[in-house]
Write a protein that binds this ligand. Structure first.
Ligand code: 15L
Length: 283
């Protein structure tokens, strides 16, 4: 592949890891975000644009070898906000890639596309077995992201790899994270594998480190070339000392999406909380 990799949402946490890690693996990076990035690295290109603006996205994607799409709302929000930023943003990203001739797109999907899938009683859950069981409007936007990716792969022959990311954070802080953690190093390794895999076509893979307590099967990600180096188990003693032994009946641990499947994440509640915060009256 020649040309830079366009990374959308480059100012965010995962974007920042990739802006550091991808060049070390030989990729030139073109960073796109709605806000300027103050600390660009030597050789890093920068575009300030809204990912839902198709014309700006076509311009930003010109000459890029591939796109890594991270931009969007990272948690539950109102339907208008989610559908605009996450579904509109994914459409514009894929369509811009198609129009500009970038043949590969890596999409940051989420475990919440399958959040209501039960945690397996034994063994590991594959992407296909989990299917699409979104736990929130946010999860619906990620299931839709995967569906849009499938459309662009089938209709236009593009390579589209969807990463169903677990918990991409610096280190585990809850008992659930001991299963769902995706370390910074492994995040870079997974995206690198998704960019490098020869002709993956359309693929959906879990994005998780090789955690001793993980619930998700890594076979599909490993088939792309992903090799995890980290295991959340090294943090287990400290996390359990802080939070207690995991209760297997805790609703946060019985379904893929954890907290997102609980009442607190019901969209009405999220909306009411946002209205309260902004001082608006509830109807
Ligand atoms: C996600 O998709 C979210 O962006 C992040 O905030 C976490 O909630 C993560 O999933 C998770 O499931 O831990």
């Amino acid at each position: 592949m020649s040309g830079p990799v366009l990374v959308t949402g480059a100012a965010g946490l995962i974007g920042t890891w990739l802006r550091g890690g991808l060049p070390e693996r030989g990729w030139a990076v073109r960073s796109l975000d709605v806000v300027p990035i103050p600390d660009t690295r030597p050789g890093e290109e920068q575009v300030v644009a809204d990912v839902t603006d198709l014309a700006a996205m076509v311009e930003a994607t010109r000459g890029a070898a591939a796109v890594v799409h991270l931009a969007g709302l990272p948690t539950e929000d109102t339907w208008p906000a989610i559908s605009h930023a996450n579904i509109g943003g994914t459409y514009a990203t894929l369509e811009a890639a198609r129009r500009s001739g970038a043949e590969r797109v890596v999409l940051a999907s989420s475990n919440h596309a399958a959040g209501y899938a039960p945690r397996p009683a034994e063994g590991l859950l594959t992407e296909d077995d989990a299917g699409h069981r979104p736990d929130t409007y946010y999860g619906v936007s990620k299931a839709t992201m995967e569906a849009l990716g499938s459309l662009y792969a089938d209709r236009y022959g593009m390579d589209v790899v969807c990463l169903r990311i677990g918990s991409a954070i610096p280190q585990p802080t809850t008992v659930r994270h001991l299963a769902t953690w995706l370390s910074p190093t492994d995040t870079v390794a997974l995206v690198d594998a998704a960019l490098r895999a020869p002709s993956p076509g359309f693929a959906v893979v879990w994005g998780v480190s090789d955690n001793t307590r993980r619930w998700w099967d890594l076979t599909a990600a490993q088939a792309l070339g992903y090799r995890s180096r980290d295991d959340a188990e090294v943090y287990a003693a400290a996390v359990i000392a802080a939070h207690g032994e995991p209760d297997p009946d805790d609703p946060v641990l019985t379904r893929v999406g954890g907290e997102f499947t609980t009442e607190a994440f019901d969209a009405d509640r999220v909306e009411a909380r946002q209205a309260q915060q902004s001082g608006r009256e509830e109807p």
